[in-house]
Design a protein around this ligand. Structure first.
Ligand SMILES: [Zn+2]
Length: 410
């Protein structure tokens, strides 16, 4: 499957780093460039309805070859993380990896160490791809893009695999939280979807946090400091006490696994007014209400202690744990499990302490778990991909297509 490796190397060489402060979409022009390249390749493979919109969102359909089977969708994102440079990526192929630390040629300080990298030693003998250490690799998510393109190419060339229509979707600006902004779920008209944006092999991510954001506005009493005796209420002091009242054992830095947290994300203002943004996170959606209660209690305590201060807590819904909705579409995960098992891989499940594009799509009515694609150490110059794990992801998608092809209509 050198086709897979060739595609991957071709995609990572296009600089598609997304940018937080950009105006317009996509946030950087390289994403459009890669989108056009992929759209051209999709046309070359003969997919139907190939399109790229003004924002760089690429869509196409592998037409089904069995009557009435449900439509499914595969998604990957074209951008790479702004956390590390993606300019001039030099993919370096390490065939028959020797199981030792990997020194990256372009920067002697960058070494992928066996001791610091979960599961690396088990990849001995496989083919790994790294950058030269001066950039990230971009396997997140170009491994996903290459895997989807290779699976689509295989289906287009092999009529023996019976499957329903498969929509392929390549999104932009996922790394800055806008990946699904322009995905039209109704137009996709799919029973379910899968994001190919997970680490390693055999992984199904079917649970994310449920999330809200609180904006806390603390208004004090301003007066000239020289005349302030007995009158001034300093909003910064009130806000500091407010933060101090939040449980320390309920912070991102003191929780892990399945515990939720309250994260003080921003603190801005002056003596007369301070605005805080606080992230509420839990795997149990109902616990967000408990977390909101903690904020309201803290607000009451500091207003009681500082007469004249005004504390407003406003809470906005962010996203919800996709496990809740996936439970109502059980085939989505069950067939993913079956597909892995049928190709001899026992899947593992993981709960993501964050959100995904899939969480937002799931909330919008399209059940979308996330699948592994062979990437590791993402968002870092130490990022690498394992070719054999990417091949497993392709096989899994083909088996998934076949299993869905045998399903009754939705
Ligand atoms: Zn990603």
């Amino acid at each position: 499957m050198d086709e897979l490796l060739d595609r991957f190397c071709r995609y990572v060489k296009v600089e598609t780093t997304s940018a937080h402060d950009a105006v317009g979409c996509p946030s950087t022009p390289g994403q459009l460039e890669l989108g056009r390249l992929i759209a051209e390749e999709l046309r070359g493979l003969g997919l139907a309805d190939v399109g790229i919109d003004e924002y760089g969102l690429v869509t196409a359909t592998v037409p089904g070859n069995v009557e009435g089977a449900p439509t499914i969708a595969w998604l990957a994102h074209l951008d790479t993380s702004p956390d590390a440079s993606g300019k001039g990526v030099q993919p370096t192929i390490h065939r028959n990896y020797d199981g030792q630390d990997i020194a990256l040629a372009g920067d002697p300080s960058k070494v992928i160490r066996v001791a610091e990298t979960d599961g690396l030693s088990e990849l001995a003998g496989k083919t790994l791809i790294t950058s030269d250490g001066t950039t990230l690799l971009g396997a997140d998510d170009k491994a996903g893009a290459a895997v989807i393109m290779t699976a689509a190419a295989t289906l287009m060339g092999d009529a023996a695999i019976e499957h329903g229509p498969i929509r392929v979707v390549f999104t932009v600006d996922e790394e800055i939280g806008q990946g699904t902004d322009r995905v039209d779920v109704a137009k996709l008209d799919a029973t379910c979807a899968y994001t190919l944006d997970g680490v390693g092999e055999g992984l199904i991510e079917n649970e994310t946090f449920s999330a809200d954001m609180a904006t806390v506005t603390i208004t004090g009493v301003s007066i000239h400091p020289g005349l302030a005796y007995g009158k001034m209420v300093n909003a910064i002091r009130v806000a500091s006490e407010f933060v101090d009242r939040l449980p320390r054992d309920m912070a991102p830095e003191t929780t892990e696994g399945r515990d939720g947290f309250l994260h003080v994300h921003t603190f801005e203002g002056n003596a007369s007014q301070v605005k805080l943004q606080i992230l509420l996170r839990s795997f149990v959606t109902g616990e967000l209400e408990t977390q909101a209660g903690i904020l309201r209690d803290a607000a009451k305590a500091v207003t009681d202690a500082h007469p004249g201060a005004d504390v407003q807590v406003r809470i906005k819904r962010s996203y919800r744990n996709m496990a809740d909705s996936l439970a109502r579409a059980p085939r989505t995960t069950a067939l993913a499990v079956q597909a892995f098992q049928n190709i001899g891989v026992e899947p593992t499940f993981s709960s993501l302490r964050g959100g995904t594009d899939g969480a937002r799509l799931t909330e919008a009515g399209l059940p979308t778990p996330n699948l592994s694609t062979g990437m590791h150490n993402f968002h870092s110059p130490l990022e690498f991909a394992c070719l054999e794990e990417m091949q497993t992801a392709v096989k899994m998608l083909l088996e998934l297509a076949r299993l869905w092809g045998a399903q009754a209509p939705a």
